[in-house]
Design a protein around this ligand. Structure first.
Ligand code: ATP
Length: 919
């Protein structure tokens, strides 16, 4: 290519040819390309020259800004005031410790947030789009970022346009250009040149990067990539960058602010009371009030919640469920209905044609998978396809009306394209037909590709003697409508006998086979284009029905059972035939209770009747994307939280409407992915079930973090407040409070974010979507444990002070270790929220917990025995008998909470009317 002027270079901006005002040939010529596309070498050279087809990622706040942001927090403000206060009072050690704590806290927050962000970045990268191009004369799918000027790009409904294209072929192409022009109505495109002055919205011959193909298809040559595209000039990467905030985290943050305000008031009141009523010295009271505030505010909670969410997202990604919107993690935990496609999601999508039904015969085909090895038989006798003209006609039609590819690679047969079509290629090759040969004899001039809306595919072919044919294949009901005759043998046709075909369809579908009908019609020899009207005019001759098996995935059968155990209804919504859907549904363990329904039955129902049917029915067949949307709405009116799968551009409204839209990563369009909360990398139903389990676990872990932090904080503040009310020496000095807060939140509470799923997580019903986070149970458990911790800490302190008569340092060191031991043992209780942790050794299944406790023990020993700590925190060494009492208290907390679970479980079970094991 002559790189005379470089129109991609910003410097040459003024010389950029106005591609929209020239015809497509100008673009071909300028970029030295053809319909065959660039060669691999050209593409490589240009990639090196022009760089990847990517937009600048949006600017991130700098490291320093992000770090400083962590100081913007009520707790930090209180601590800074306390540091200032201690400095003014001349307590330099305290000032130093407080400032160190501030720094360590912010550092930990900063590092953890960075990790969570990284995890999400990695996940975003998994979603990078792909583009279908012609390279070296072959159609290939490549990552969109490898596109270069001169590449030939194919567009089809649902694609996001990957670069700026000069269109040179269009078929009913309509683009939704809202990303660029703000206009949400899709614009009709063609290949004509327009005035150079035309605005972006009027440049009909162009497809701009970032816009969406709403309908039809087209081909274009890349004229600008990356930042040189129109969208690249006006913005950085589109939308996408999701924050780490979710409704739950926000709710908790708000709760935190509210709590902080109450605590500050409480601290001021305590200060006033202590100073004026109890006559504590001013500096001591100031520090006491500050430590009270610091000990009560659950400052680490939002951070821990975010980390729990990020870990959940990472684990889901490992199970092939990629979260696009973080709040979906929470919603997943309360999903009560999953509506799933059948083909490829519940089934394997490895299709093999097994049955052929013609007007008079049934032919069976052996063999599995895509390997073209198998026999044709009729009435249990092998037949030779070469001697069978009708069979040949059927197979040829299936082979030509086809866009899939089948080839052998390293001894394996690889299929690319639509598996339904792949099965037809294998079938034809079993009879020795060759696509190249057939294609040369009857070259294709045009095509109407398959879409779920019209449910057929048609191709127009011309031979070299001036004849033309339209081959049609599709859902049998649709094809039947368009046929008037049926082929009886190689020569003879007769009038169509619909009853015969309907009976044949029922019989084949009842075996769980997917159905396809194949038909043919002679066409006008001079027409080069195939329009919908040509096909809809009918008059086809029906050749045969093809029955294709697509067995259910083993893991999907298990996942359906898991979902049912978890109180989640699974509904299969498929475009397939009713009888096929029913048979597959049965194999999957669905639809035992109610009738399967077909899409057209739903059309007659009003919304109320539909809601009732939707609730009872598990299998919906012959549905269109509109039915999906109606079904989601109907299920939602019944109070259900719905996850819905989809892949096509027309599924987008249903995916958006669903509480959790789930797009297929493999066969899904960009439009479907962008409308969804979650993308399945492996298109597998089982991954949705895993994601639900993970969602429930994340929610459990967040509850556990709350169940741990709030009572331990409340226990600490009660200890301080009671001492002041009773006029005693403070059981914990402010810096000691800071220490306890810091070490327990980085060890114990953090461990909860990493907790594995509870064993019964998929045996309980979904969480009610409107259930408050602070449920009745939490409102009981939090004060209960708070009082328990307070009683132990305060009691032990008073005992040491008054009965044992030791120095304040000793009593304090003992009190602090008592508090920490209580918190550590209580952490063990939290391995399971409601169930006992000892049976089955569940207690020992959590590595994170034991690791956290191990670290905590080391830190507490240092706190108690290292001389530097004595200076900084005013602690001192304590004796073995003290430790014995401390551990006895910890153990008591553990036992008491286990006993409390026993009682609470009974209460909850009685209220819900279930067995205590099911709580
Ligand atoms: P699901 O909705 O569960 O993914 P599906 O793949 O069966 O199921 P559609 O893709 O809408 O749903 O297909 C509906 C019907 O259209 C199929 O049962 C089949 O008869 C027909 N069909 C499917 N793929 C093609 C194709 N490539 N060409 C022609 N007809 C097809």
């Amino acid at each position: 290519m002559a790189e005379v002027s470089d129109p991609q270079s910003p410097r040459a901006d003024r010389d950029v040819p106005a591609w929209h005002s020239q015809n497509a040939d100008a673009a071909f010529e300028h970029w030295g390309t053809s319909r065959e596309g660039l060669t691999a070498e050209q593409a490589e050279e240009r990639l090196a020259h022009y760089g990847p087809n990517q937009l600048r990622p949006p600017e991130r706040a700098g490291v320093l800004r992000r770090f400083l942001r962590h100081f913007h927090n009520v707790l930090i403000y209180i601590l800074l005031v306390a540091a200032l206060g201690t400095a003014l009072l001349g307590h330099w050690v305290d000032t130093g410790v407080i400032l160190a704590v501030v720094l360590i806290n912010t550092l930990i927050g900063f590092v953890q947030e960075g990790k969570a962000e990284k995890a999400l970045d990695a996940i975003r990268r998994m979603l990078s789009p792909r583009a279908l191009v012609a390279r070296g004369g072959e159609r290939r799918e490549i990552p969109a970022e490898q596109l270069v000027p001169g590449d030939i790009v194919y567009l089809q409904a649902g694609d996001r346009v990957p670069a700026d294209l000069r269109l040179f072929e269009t078929k009913n192409l309509r683009l939704e250009e809202a990303a660029l022009t703000g206009e949400s109505v899709a614009v009709e495109k063609d290949t004509a040149a327009v005035e150079p002055e035309a605005g972006l919205g009027d440049r009909r011959g162009m497809a701009f990067s970032g816009t969406l193909v709403a309908f039809g298809r087209g081909m274009g040559v890349v004229v600008a990539s990356g930042e040189h595209t129109e969208i690249g000039r006006i913005s950085t990467m589109l939308g996408e960058v999701e924050g780490l905030e979710t409704p739950l985290v926000r709710q908790m943050e708000q709760f935190g602010h509210w709590l902080a305000a109450v605590i500050v008031v409480l601290a001021l009141a305590t200060f006033a009371f202590g100073y004026w009523v109890r006559s504590y010295p001013l500096d001591e009271m100031f520090l006491a009030a500050a430590s009270l505030a610091v000990s009560t505010i659950p400052e680490g909670l939002p951070a821990i919640m975010t980390i729990a969410l990020a870990i959940g997202v990472q684990k889901m990604a490992r199970c092939n469920a990629i979260i696009r919107r973080l709040p979906a993690v929470e919603t997943l935990g309360s999903v009560s209905t999953i509506c799933s496609d059948k083909t490829g999601t519940l089934t394997r999508n490895e299709m093999t044609a097994q049955t052929l039904r013609t007007a008079t015969r049934e032919i069976l085909v052996s063999g599995v998978g895509y390997a073209p090895q198998g026999q044709f038989s009729e009435d249990e006798r092998d037949i030779d396809p070469d001697d069978d003209p009708l069979l040949n006609q059927v197979l040829r039609a299936g082979l030509l009306c086809n866009d899939a590819r089948l080839y052998e690679k390293d001894g394996d047969w690889v299929m690319e394209g639509d598996p339904t079509e792949g099965a037809l290629i294998t079938l034809a090759r079993k009879a020795g037909l060759d696509l190249h040969l057939e294609g040369e004899r009857l070259p294709r001039t045009d095509v109407i590709p398959f879409e779920s809306d019209h449910r057929y595919m048609a191709t127009l072919h011309h031979d070299h003697e001036g004849h033309a044919w339209i081959f049609l294949k599709g859902a049998p009901e649709r094809v039947l409508e368009l046929c008037s005759e049926q082929q009886v043998d190689g020569e003879t046709r007769e009038a169509l006998d619909p009853d015969h075909w309907h009976a044949a369809m029922e019989a084949v579908a009842a075996r769980g086979q997917r159905l396809l009908a194949v038909a043919v019609r002679e066409a006008e020899a001079d027409g080069g284009e195939l329009r919908f009207d040509d096909v809809e005019a009918g008059g086809f001759t029906l050749l045969a029905l093809v029955g294709i098996i697509d067995p259910p995935r083993e893991e999907a059968i298990r996942a359906v059972a898991d979902c049912r155990a978890a109180g989640i209804d699974v509904k299969m919504i498929t475009g397939d035939h009713l009888a096929t859907a029913r048979a597959i549904g049965e194999q999957l363990g669905l639809g035992r209770d109610a009738e399967a329904r077909a899409g057209h039955e739903l059309d007659a129902l009003d919304d109320a009747a539909l809601a009732e049917i939707a609730e009872r029915t598990d299998v919906f067949a012959r549905t269109s994307p509109e039915h999906k949307l109606r079904l989601v709405k109907a299920l939602q009116t019944g109070g259900r939280i719905v996850a819905m799968t989809g892949d096509g551009v027309n599924d987008a409204p249903a995916l958006k409407r669903a509480d959790v839209g789930v797009a297929m990563g493999g066969k899904g369009t960009e439009a479907a992915k962008e409308a969804s909360e979650m993308v399945l990398a492996d298109d597998n139903f089982a991954s949705i079930a895993h994601a639900v389990e993970e969602g429930r676990t994340v929610y459990d872990n967040i509850r556990k973090a709350i169940l741990h932090m709030l009572p331990t904080n409340a226990g600490q503040s009660l200890t301080i407040m009671m001492a002041i009310l009773m006029g005693l020496a403070l059981p914990l000095t402010p810096v000691q409070v800071l220490w306890v807060n810091m070490v327990t939140s980085v060890t114990l509470a953090m461990a909860l974010a990493f907790e594995r799923a509870e064993p019964g997580v998929m045996q309980r019903p979904p969480r009610a979507p409107n259930a408050p986070l602070l449920s009745g149970f939490l409102l009981w458990r939090i004060p209960f444990v708070a009082l328990l911790l307070w009683a132990g800490t305060f009691g032990h302190f008073v005992y040491m002070e008054s009965l044992a008569g030791v120095a304040d340092e000793v009593a304090r060191t003992v009190a602090i270790n008592t508090l920490v031991a209580g918190q550590a043992f209580y952490l063990l209780n939290l391995r399971l929220i409601h169930q006992p942790v000892l049976p089955g050794g569940e207690l020992f299944r959590s590595r994170a917990m034991w690791l956290a406790i191990g670290v905590l023990v080391v830190l507490q020993l240092a706190f108690t025995y290292v001389p530097l700590m004595h200076t900084l925190f005013g602690t001192t060494a304590i004796g073995a008998d003290d430790w014995a009492r401390i551990l006895a208290f910890g153990l008591a907390v553990f036992v008491i909470v286990e006993l409390e679970k026993l009682v609470v479980r009974q209460v909850i079970a009685r209220r819900r009317g279930v067995a205590p094991q099911a709580v």
